[in-house]
Ligand binder design. Structure first.
Ligand SMILES: Cc1cc2nc3c(=O)[nH]c(=O)nc-3n(C[C@H](O)[C@H](O)[C@H](O)COP(=O)(O)O)c2cc1C
Length: 347
C-alpha cells in the first residue's frame, strides 16, 4: 500500500515534467528522489509489492525487476528507488574521476514512440563520491554498481579505470556491472571485441579474486552488452564470457539504430535510443545470447519493458532478471507495482 497516489502520475506529474526540457526534468526527478530517501518520506512514497523471489549469482532478489543503470548515476537516491518496489538498483555508470559528460542538449524524448535518445557520456561525480553515498544507504535490497572508463582515458588504458573503480566499490556493492556498451563514450564499444574483452575481463577476474580474499566476500561480475553487435561479434563475446565464467550478462544497452523511429522528431540526434522502440532489437539480442550461453550464464533482460506483457516476454526469452528505465519516465512508479505484482501472480 502506498500513501502517494501514483495513479495520478500520467495526468499531473508527467505533463508538468514533460513541459520542461528533458534533462531539466530528469534533474528534478533525481533531486526529489534523493530528498525523499529519508525514513519519513519513504513511508509516503514507498509501494508494497508481491514477493516473487529469484536466486541468481548467489544473491536473493525479492522479485525479478530492477532499475537499470544511468538514472541514479551517483547513488544519491537508492533508498527511494528500492522503496518503489524494485528488487535491485543498478547505480552508475561511474568513472574513476568526475566528468561533465557531453555538451548539452544531450537528452531527447521521442514521444511518438515512447523512446528516449541520450548522448549523456557518463556524466558523474566520480567513484569516491559514489562510494560515500553507498555507505549511507539504509534499505534492504540489492545494489549493483556499473563501472566504466573516463572519456579521456585511451582504450589501451581502459582496464586501469575499471580496476580502479572495482577496487573502490567492491566492499559496498552486491554486484559489479562492467559497462562496455554505451555508445556515447568514444570507442567504448570496441571493448566488446574479442582481444580487448579478453584482456579486460581477464584483468577484472583476477582483481575480483584478490578482493574476494581480502574482504571474504564474493561480489559477482556482470557484463552489459550492446544490441548492435553482429552475430560473429556475439559469438566471440559469449565465448570470452563463458571462458572467464562471468556471473551474468545484461542484454542490452541503448542502440545507435534509428530504424524503429524513422522520420520521427529527434530521430537524427546522436546518442543511444531506449524505450519501446528498442524492445524488438533488444529481445532479438537476448534470444541470440541465450542460444549461445544456454543455462551456463544467467541473463538480465533490459530494453523497452513498459508493461507486464513486455516483462513476461523478456522472461520467456530467457531473462532471469529484468530491468527498466525509460518507461518509468513515461508511465510512472505505478508501472513497477503492476509489473512485479503480475509476475508474482503468474509465477
Ligand atoms: C538517460 C539514460 C542514461 C543512461 N545511462 C546509462 C549508464 O550510465 N550506464 C548503463 O549501463 N546504461 C545506461 N543507460 C541504458 C539503460 O540502463 C538501459 O540499458 C536502456 O535504457 C534500455 O532500457 P529501457 O528501454 O528500459 O530504458 C541509460 C539510459 C538512458 C535513457
Amino acid at each position: 500500500m502506498s500513501y502517494f497516489p501514483y495513479a495520478l502520475y500520467p495526468y499531473v506529474i508527467k505533463p508538468l515534467l514533460f513541459s520542461l526540457d528533458a534533462e531539466q526534468a530528469h534533474d528534478i526527478i533525481l533531486r526529489m528522489a534523493a530528498f525523499s530517501s529519508n525514513p519519513l518520506c519513504l513511508k509516503i512514497f514507498s509501494q508494497e509489492t508481491m514477493p516473487c523471489p529469484v536466486k541468481m549469482m548467489g544473491l536473493t532478489f525479492k522479485n525479478p525487476l530492477g532499475l537499470a543503470a544511468g538514472l541514479d548515476k551517483n547513488a544519491e537516491a537508492v533508498d527511494f528507488f528500492l522503496g518503489l518496489g524494485f528488487s535491485h538498483v543498478e547505480v552508475g555508470t561511474v568513472t574513476p574521476r568526475a566528468q561533465d559528460g557531453n555538451p548539452k542538449p544531450r537528452l531527447y524524448r521521442v514521444r511518438a514512440a515512447e523512446g528516449i535518445i541520450n548522448f549523456m557520456g557518463f556524466n558523474n561525480k566520480g567513484v569516491d563520491n559514489l562510494r560515500e553515498n553507498l555507505k549511507k544507504r539504509r534499505s534492504e535490497g540489492i545494489v549493483g554498481v556499473s563501472i566504466g572508463k573516463n572519456e579521456n582515458t585511451p582504450l589501451e588504458k581502459a582496464l586501469d579505470d575499471y580496476l580502479y573503480c572495482m577496487d573502490l566499490i567492491y566492499e559496498l556493492a552486491d554486484y559489479v556491472a562492467v559497462n562496455i556498451s554505451c555508445p556515447n563514450t568514444p570507442d567504448l564499444v570496441k571493448l566488446q571485441n574479442k582481444a580487448h574483452l579478453s584482456e579486460l575481463v581477464g584483468g577484472l577476474k583476477n582483481k575480483q579474486k584478490a578482493l574476494c580474499e581480502k574482504y571474504h566476500k564474493y561480489v559477482p561480475m556482470v557484463v552489459k552488452i550492446s544490441p548492435d553487435l553482429s552475430d560473429s561479434m556475439l559469438d566471440d563475446l559469449c565465448f570470452v564470457c563463458l571462458n572467464y565464467e562471468i556471473d551474468a550478462l545484461t542484454c542490452t544497452n541503448t542502440t545507435v539504430s534509428r530504424d524503429s523511429i524513422y522520420g520521427m522528431e529527434f530521430a537524427s540526434m546522436q546518442g543511444g535510443l531506449s524505450g519501446v522502440p528498442l524492445r524488438a532489437l533488444s529481445n532479438q539480442c537476448l534470444e541470440k545470447v541465450k542460444d549461445r550461453v544456454g543455462n551456463k550464464i544467467p541473463l538480465i533482460g533490459v530494453g523497452g519493458i513498459d508493461s507486464p506483457i513486455a516483462a513476461k516476454e523478456k522472461m520467456e526469452k530467457g531473462a532471469s532478471l529484468i530491468q527498466l528505465y525509460t518507461s518509468l519516465i513515461y508511465k510512472g512508479p505505478e508501472l513497477v507495482r503492476n509489473i512485479v505484482n503480475s509476475i508474482g501472480y503468474i509465477g
